[in-house]
Ligand binder design. Structure first.
Ligand code: A2P
Length: 329
C-alpha cells in the first residue's frame, strides 16, 4: 500500500483515522481473525457496539497485539456504542464499563449513543426476545451521563449515532462537553449533504456507516434485530457503471472509488469486511485522488432520502417519539 492515512480532528484536538473497520454483523472467530488481519494491514480505527455482540472477540485480538508490543494503545482509535436498551442516564456507566471489560481496555476513544430511540432493559431470556420501547427517552439527561464518562476517563470523546439534525442540536445546546462525532448512514446514494453542512457549522465530524451501501447479505442475528435484506432497496453501487468508469480511469475498484469519494467529502468511512483481500483493498485508498469532475459526477448519484437503506430494524421503532428518520435530515 502506498499513500498515508488521513485524519479528522475533533473540536477537542483528538484525531480519528478517516478510514476504519466496521464490525456490525461480524461474529465469533470471523471477527477475531478479521481484526488480526486488519491490524496487520494497518487499520487502527475499529468501530464496534455492544449491540453487535462481538466486543469480547475484538478485545481478545486487541490484547494480543497490545501485549506483543507491536502496537501501542495510543495508536488505536476504538469506538463503541451505548445499546438502545441502555438509553437512560442511570444505565450509561454500567454499559460502558461492560464494554471496556469485554474490549479489555481502560478507555475508548469515542463512545456514541447508538440510537435516539430507547428500549426497556428487559432480559431477552425472560421476554421471548421481544424488545419493548421505552417511551420516556430523554436525550438531555442521557447526555449528562455521557459527559460523566469523559470526566471519569472512560471515554476520550463522546458522540451520537442515527440522530437527526433537530436531535443533534438539542444535545449540542445542552452540552457541557460537546458531541465530537455523529455516525450515520452515508454512501453515494445517500450523501446527507444537508446534515453534513449542519454538523460542519457545529464543529461535529461525521462518520459514515455502510459506506459501500451494504452490498453483502447480512447473516441472521437475534430474530428481533435482524435486518431483512430482501426488503431493502436494490443495492448496486458496487456495479454502478458511472462508478465503474471512474474506477477504471484510476485503476481502482468500485469499492475504492466509493470510499475515496466519502473521504474527499471530509467524512470518515467504516467499511465492514472479514475477508483479508477486501480488507486490504478498502484500506488502499490513499494513493489516488478523485478530480473535481469525478466528485461532481459522483455527487449526481445521490438519491437523497430515497437512498436511505436503514430505517427501523424493528417496525415498532417508528412509533417512538424520538424515531429520527421521518425528518428530511
Ligand atoms: P465481506 O465481509 O465478505 O468482505 P458496508 O460496509 O457498506 O456495510 O459493506 C459491507 C459488505 O460489503 C460486507 O458484506 C462485505 O462482505 C462486503 N464488502 C466489503 N468490502 C468489499 C469490497 N471491497 N468489495 C466487495 N464487497 C465488499
Amino acid at each position: 500500500m502506498t499513500g498515508k492515512m488521513e485524519y479528522l480532528t475533533f473540536f477537542n484536538g483528538h484525531k480519528m483515522p478517516i478510514l476504519g473497520l466496521g464490525t456490525a454483523h461480524a461474529l465469533g472467530d470471523d471477527i477475531e481473525k478479521a481484526i488480526d488481519a486488519a491490524l496487520e494491514i494497518g487499520y487502527r480505527h475499529i468501530d464496534t457496539a455492544q449491540r453487535y455482540n462481538n466486543e469480547a472477540q475484538i478485545g481478545r485480538a486487541l490484547k494480543k497485539w497490545l501485549d506483543s508490543g507491536k502496537i501501542k494503545r495510543e495508536d488505536l482509535f476504538i469506538v463503541t456504542k451505548l445499546p438502545l436498551t441502555g438509553n437512560r442516564a442511570e444505565c450509561v456507566e454500567k454499559h460502558l464499563k461492560q464494554s471496556l471489560h469485554d474490549l479489555q481496555l481502560d478507555y475508548v476513544d469515542l463512545y456514541l449513543i447508538h440510537h435516539p430511540v430507547g428500549f426497556q432493559d428487559l432480559d431477552p431470556k425472560d421476554n421471548g426476545e421481544e424488545m419493548l420501547l421505552d417511551m420516556n427517552t430523554d436525550h438531555v439527561s442521557l447526555w449528562k451521563a455521557m459527559e460523566d464518562q469523559v470526566d471519569a476517563g472512560r471515554a476520550r470523546s463522546i458522540g451520537l449515532s442515527n440522530f437527526n439534525a433537530r436531535q443533534v442540536k438539542r444535545v449540542w445546546r445542552s452540552a457541557r462537553i460537546k458531541p465530537a462525532n455523529l455516525q450515520v448512514e452515508l454512501h453515494v446514494y445517500f450523501q446527507q449533504s444537508e446534515l453534513r453542512a449542519f454538523c460542519r457549522a457545529l464543529d461535529i465530524t461525521i462518520c459514515g456507516y455502510i459506506p459501500l451501501g451494504a452490498p453483502g447479505v447480512r447473516p441472521p442475528g437475534r430474530a428481533a434485530i435482524t435486518v431483512d435484506a430482501s426488503k431493502m432497496p436494490k443495492r448496486d453501487q458496487m456495479t454502478n457503471p458511472v462508478v465503474s468508469q471512474i474506477a477504471q480511469k484510476h485503476g481502482k475498484t468500485n469499492a475504492q472509488v466509493l470510499l475515496r469519494y466519502i473521504i474527499q467529502l471530509g467524512v470518515a468511512a467504516i467499511p465492514k469486511s472479514t475477508n483479508p483481500d477486501r480488507l486490504r483493498q478498502n484500506f488502499d485508498v490513499f494513493d489516488f485522488e478523485l478530480s473535481a469532475e469525478d466528485m461532481d459526477t459522483l455527487e449526481q448519484l445521490d438519491k437523497g432520502p430515497a437512498g436511505r437503506q436503514v430505517r427501523a430494524f424493528i417496525p415498532e421503532m417508528a412509533n417512538h417519539p424520538e424515531y429520527p428518520f421521518n425528518a428530511h435530515y
